[in-house]
Ligand binder design. Structure first.
Ligand code: NAP
Length: 288
């Protein structure tokens, strides 16, 4: 058995970042300093890690990054008023709400408060609807990253049988709409699907976004399958692993690694969304 081609995220992310840098330079030459603000509530170590990696990526891209940190006991009202202030502040172009939030605050109330023009991870109702209808908007970064990864490595989606495992609000559901718009024939598997392998064995490509380490196993796949794994799970030893068991690489044509696959592209895509957000804001104010 030969090992699958690794669909590494770095070359895809590098391409996205170099286009972002061109746009950053262009905005700076017009006196606009691209800026993203992140709201981080204590209590979830992974969120703190992601916020830190965004700060580092922003610094490399010459993008201003502001972190708004809150204790776990923060009230929903305090978070809402921060979001409203950032919405109104013309020097802020993008707002990231790090999820998950503590259970006493409503993620949907806070998401709904985000200006759709600054909501760089596509959480607000207007942007969620835009993904469904194909209207212009800010689409969530991870589903966009999944599509970019497949396309970068030359995998055509139009007319292909694509199996999506997971129908979560952040990844699976928006990805389903993006795949349909790419003219893929999409089958969506979820927690009530009795035999996921029966679908994967007939698929050309599989996208997996569940949040269960090792959910997809070698017995479920076939040698021509292309697998893109968006899952991010932390093992007891603190290692990040995907939803697809590592030995699946011995039984498929190509597979994205975790870490170093979808997540790497997602971080870059978030800044591409920020560039798009600036364009939308300038257009909204008749300045572009
Ligand atoms: P989510 O909202 O919790 O959704 C999980 C989905 O998986 C649900 O549709 C659920 O089915 C399905 N599921 C659960 N157990 C299953 C099983 N045993 N068999 C089949 N399907 C099952 O998750 P999410 O927020 O969309 O995130 C999905 C994954 O993507 C997570 O690992 C997350 O960490 C990762 N993620 C990665 C990035 C990145 O940058 N790479 C970014 C965001 C998220 P039901 O609908 O039936 O409950």
């Amino acid at each position: 058995m030969s090992e699958a081609m690794p669909l590494k995220g770095k070359p895809v992310a590098d391409g996205i970042k170099s286009r972002v840098v061109e746009k950053v330079n262009s905005w700076r030459s017009k006196g606009v300093e691209p800026r993203i603000d992140t709201i981080l509530v204590a209590g979830d170590p992974a969120s703190a890690y992601y916020a830190d990696s965004k700060a580092k990526a922003a610094a490399k891209l010459n993008i201003a990054f502001h972190l708004h940190e809150f204790p776990e006991s923060v009230t929903e009202d305090a978070l809402l008023s921060t979001i409203r202030e950032l919405n109104e502040d013309p020097v802020v172009h993008g707002i990231m709400l790090e999820l998950p939030l503590p259970s006493h605050v409503s993620t949907s109330t806070l998401s709904a408060a985000l200006s759709p023009y600054k909501d760089v991870d596509g959480l607000s109702p207007a942007n969620r609807l835009a993904v469904v209808t194909g209207e212009p908007g800010l689409y969530p970064a991870t589903p966009l990253a999944c599509i970019q990864l497949a396309k970068h490595y030359g995998y055509e989606l139009s007319g292909k049988n694509v199996v999506l495992v997971g129908r979560g609000k952040t990844v699976g559901l928006p990805l389903m709409h993006l795949l349909l718009r790419e003219n893929a024939t999409v089958t969506v598997c979820h927690s009530r699907t009795p035999d996921i392998g029966s679908h994967l064995r007939r698929a050309d490509l599989a996208f997996v976004a569940v949040g269960r380490a090792g959910l997809v196993t070698l017995g479920m796949v076939h040698p021509n399958l292309v697998v893109i794994d968006a899952g991010m799970n932390e093992t007891q030893s603190g290692k990040m692993v995907g939803d697809v068991a590592p030995d699946v690489a011995n039984g498929v044509a190509a597979m994205s690694p975790t870490p170093g696959g979808v997540g790497t592209v997602t971080t870059a895509q978030l800044f591409a969304n920020l560039m798009h957000a600036i364009e939308l804001q300038k257009r909204e104010h008749g300045e572009a």
